[in-house]
Write a protein that binds this ligand. Structure first.
Ligand SMILES: *Cc1c(COP(=O)(O)O)cnc(C)c1O
Length: 401
């Protein structure tokens, strides 16, 4: 085999394989309800689009500095100071092609062969694979429904070895929607820092948050935190800009410098006119975000209620992001239309085949008892998807289409 050993260790993204199966079914004329989306169903706000158009028209179409244009880096510093209570200088900012690339470059900058990276599970699909690509070793910290998928200080302590280098935290979380309180966050991050670890805090869902819950950036907790924290954020979710590819990392100058060097020789700076649009996004008013979150909130309440009414399904009410993560394990081994599923992949396939509704098996996120259901789609679609699932799971009736 001529493919490198490290790439051979990488799993293909199961979220993408669901997407292609859905595409295939739709091309055959099957009406499938898609509840697997990992992006908002809203359009990018108009003022942001106009900023990109203006920038294109003015000829801002060339390479930019690798870490991003200074105006954007300053706007990011201002945002972080005003909203997150952390003060960075522009040379501590790396803008990248999405938060995904920012995280990857930081992992590459931090990991030596075999360094262990602590990843609370359930986790975002790309963390473990990025760690493997960076020659590190993902170490998973399990959590459960009972504690709203949150890990504790002792969970971290138990997993620290002399090889542990980094802890990744993601609050609000994809896939669970769980949000740590300030006290919980303080406690877990403090343990990591006391053990000499760096902490990557992926805060991409910071503004998609409900019930008056507040988001906190652990880098703001004190000087010792600030020196060990890499804060990652982006525009994809907050501003519905997934296709624009822009995100950033801020942190200790030496790490940002190293991550920039990697980006220098791999992809260079992010798209020039996207950077201009990102400045407009940061400096514009938040009406579009507030409206989007209000709509997500309605869907969140609705979908959780519907799921909990289904036989064999339990679902917590998440405090952030746009996903629910119901426990479906009570359905394993049960006869559903003459078929039985014994894990999340089989059950998701069964639901796709019999209820024509696409959800993502929890196994992709490190929990085989669950599935991720996205409510980043219209209320109409959500209602139809819930009707179909309920009919199948509660009454054993498949959807005819
Ligand atoms: C979507 C997502 C990202 C990546 O977003 P970009 O589009 O690369 O900015 C990173 N982390 C989590 C948890 C996400 O859900």
């Amino acid at each position: 085999m001529s493919i490198s050993q490290v790439v051979n260790k990488i799993k293909p993204s199961a979220t993408l394989s669901i997407t292609s199966k859905v595409k295939q079914l739709r091309s055959e004329g099957v009406n499938v309800i898609g509840l697997s989306a990992g992006e908002p169903d809203f359009d990018t706000p108009e003022d942001i689009k106009l900023a990109a158009i203006e920038s294109l028209k003015s000829g801002f179409t060339k390479y930019t500095p690798t870490s991003g244009i200074i105006e954007l880096k300053k706007a990011i510093c201002e945002k972080l100071s005003k909203e997150n209570n952390i003060n960075y200088a522009p040379q501590q900012v790396l803008t990248s092609c999405g938060a995904k690339q920012a995280i990857y470059n930081c992992l590459l900058a931090l990991c030596n062969d075999g360094d262990e990276v602590l990843i609370p599970a359930p986790y975002w699909v790309s963390y473990p694979e990025q760690v493997v690509l960076a020659r590190g070793k993902p170490v998973f910290i399990e959590s459960s429904d009972e504690n709203n998928f949150k890990i504790t200080k002792s969970d971290i302590e138990r997993n620290i070895t002399d090889k542990t280098k980094v802890l990744i935290i993601n609050s609000p979380s994809n896939p669970t929607g769980s949000v740590y309180t300030k006290e919980e966050l303080y406690e877990i991050v403090q343990v990591a820092i006391n053990a000499g670890l760096y902490v990557i805090s992926d805060e991409i869902y910071e503004k998609i948050i409900y019930d008056g819950v507040e988001h906190f950036s652990p880098a703001s907790f004190g000087k010792d935190f600030f020196e060990k924290l890499i804060t990652v954020n982006g525009f994809s979710k907050t501003y519905s800009m997934t296709g624009w590819r822009i995100g950033y990392a801020v942190g200790p100058a030496d790490i940002i410098k190293a991550a920039t060097l990697i980006q220098d020789h791999s992809t260079s700076g992010p798209n020039s006119f996207t950077q201009k649009a990102a400045i407009t996004a940061l400096q514009g008013d938040e009406k579009a975000i507030k409206d989007m979150v209000a709509e997500f909130d309605k869907r969140r309440r609705y979908i959780v209620e519907r799921l909990n009414n289904m036989d064999g399904v339990t679902c917590m009410l998440p405090k952030g992001a746009f996903y629910v993560f119901p426990n479906l394990s009570a359905l394993y081994g049960r006869d559903i239309c003459g078929q039985t599923a014994t894990n999340s992949v089989d059950l998701s396939n069964l639901i796709l085949d019999k209820a024509r509704t696409a959800i993502v098996p929890g196994e992709c996120f490190g929990s085989d008892h669950h599935a991720r259901i996205s409510y980043a789609t219209s209320m109409e679609n959500i209602k139809e998807g819930m009707d179909r699932m309920e009919k199948l799971l509660t009454e054993g009736i498949p959807h005819e289409s």
